[in-house]
Design a protein around this ligand. Structure first.
Ligand code: FA5
Length: 347
């Protein structure tokens, strides 16, 4: 470079280059990198111009320096302004993308609900409590005496084959029926007695409608003059509250060692009203529980005068009631804790 004219041309070219490419820059980081090409103290194009000073005649050196410095100042200001502008745009873009709409409905937390068996158990307990029944909760481990012998089912009685029992020892077992609770109640309480006893029971049983662990609810009423009509009256009230007002019951003869007479209780099909459908297998009736008049021998086993007092008892399966109520066709679904199933049952 020989003179000021050439310098001014070089400065104009550098400014033009800056202006031409500035529009392509999108971020503060880009400005920083691009700026280095012109203002870096060693390699920057404007800094390099200063090195030409030695070729310039002395009388022009001052002017030359002034022009280069003015160009540098222009570049510094230009990049500063550009940087501020791009930073503001970046911030705006960030605000836009991170914007929270406080008018949006909140994400609803997922609440749990009671297991269908718990719901059925609570509903049944409430219904019987409203009829004056007390609640007795027995234990899941029982002795052979309470589960069988005192219930008129001594060793070698053929009725023991009706239930496949899990024995823990010759004396202790997992109760097969909440009927074991009847004996505890009658031993500790004198008539009038009116209790329900819900709880888990266990049998070596396993298919679509039977599970090795299931829940029963026992009912026991002992007083003077209690008979089968009282049983049916109480059960009618119960099934009407659970399955609907039109529901009625039908008693069929059956056998349990601890009741005499014994009955199986059917309810009129609440889905078809008794006409016959898939649920009731075309019969118009659905079996829900076993019941009967308390066998005199059981009353006597518990020290209750069987000439003065009589009673009725019933035992129903809570899973059976839940399956009917919620239209569940396999008992396993009640125990698998699959939320896709349980979510659909919210009573
Ligand atoms: C009894 O257990 C008698 N203790 C009921 C009873 C009480 C009769 C008082 C007379 C007086 P049963 O074995 O039929 O009876 O069972 C009663 C109910 O439990 C059945 O109707 C059925 O709903 C249910 N149940 C029986 N076995 C199973 C099982 N493995 N899985 C699910 N539910 C069952």
């Amino acid at each position: 470079m020989q003179d000021l004219r050439e310098l001014n041309e070089a400065i104009a070219a550098i400014k033009q280059e800056i202006l031409d490419h500035a529009g392509e820059l999108e971020s503060s980081r880009g400005v920083y990198e691009f700026k280095k090409g012109f203002l870096d103290s060693k390699k920057g194009k404007l800094s390099q111009l200063m090195k030409e000073m030695r070729n310039i005649p002395n009388e022009s050196k001052a002017e030359f320096g002034k022009n280069v410095n003015a160009a540098k100042e222009w570049a510094v200001n230009f990049f500063e302004e550009l940087d501020t502008k791009l930073k503001a745009e970046e911030l705006k873009r960030r605000y836009e993308s991170e914007k929270i709409d406080i008018t949006m409905p909140a994400v609803q937390p997922k609440y749990g609900n009671l297991h269908p068996i718990t719901t059925v158990r609570n509903q049944l307990t409430e219904i019987f409590a409203s009829m004056g029944f007390e609640v007795y909760e027995g234990t899941e481990i029982e002795t052979d005496f309470y589960n069988f012998t005192a219930l008129n089912t001594p060793q070698d009685h053929p009725a023991r084959d009706m239930q496949d029992t899990f024995y823990l020892s010759p004396e202790f077992l997992l109760r097969t029926q909440t009927s074991a609770g009847q004996i505890h109640v009658m031993q500790s309480k004198k008539p009038p007695i009116k209790v329900v006893s819900p709880g888990k029971v266990f049998r070596s049983d396993d298919d679509a409608t039977h599970s090795p662990m299931f829940s029963q609810m026992e009912g026991l009423v002992v007083d003077e003059g209690i008979n089968l009509c009282d049983l049916q009256g109480s059960l009618n009230m119960f099934v009407q509250q659970i399955f609907g007002e039109q529901t009625t019951t039908r008693l069929r003869p059956s056998y349990f060692p601890f009741t005499e007479p014994s009955v199986e209780v059917d309810v009129s099909c609440f889905q078809c009203g008794g006409k016959g459908c898939k649920l009731c297998k075309g019969t118009g009736w659905i079996e829900v529980l076993g019941a009967g008049v308390v066998n005199k021998k059981v009353l006597e086993n518990c020290g209750i005068d069987s000439e003065k007092y009589s009673g009725f008892a019933f035992g129903l399966g809570l899973e059976r009631i839940a399956m009917l109520k919620y239209g569940i066709n396999n008992i396993k679904l009640l125990f698998e804790s699959d939320l896709r199933v349980l979510d659909q049952i919210d009573d």
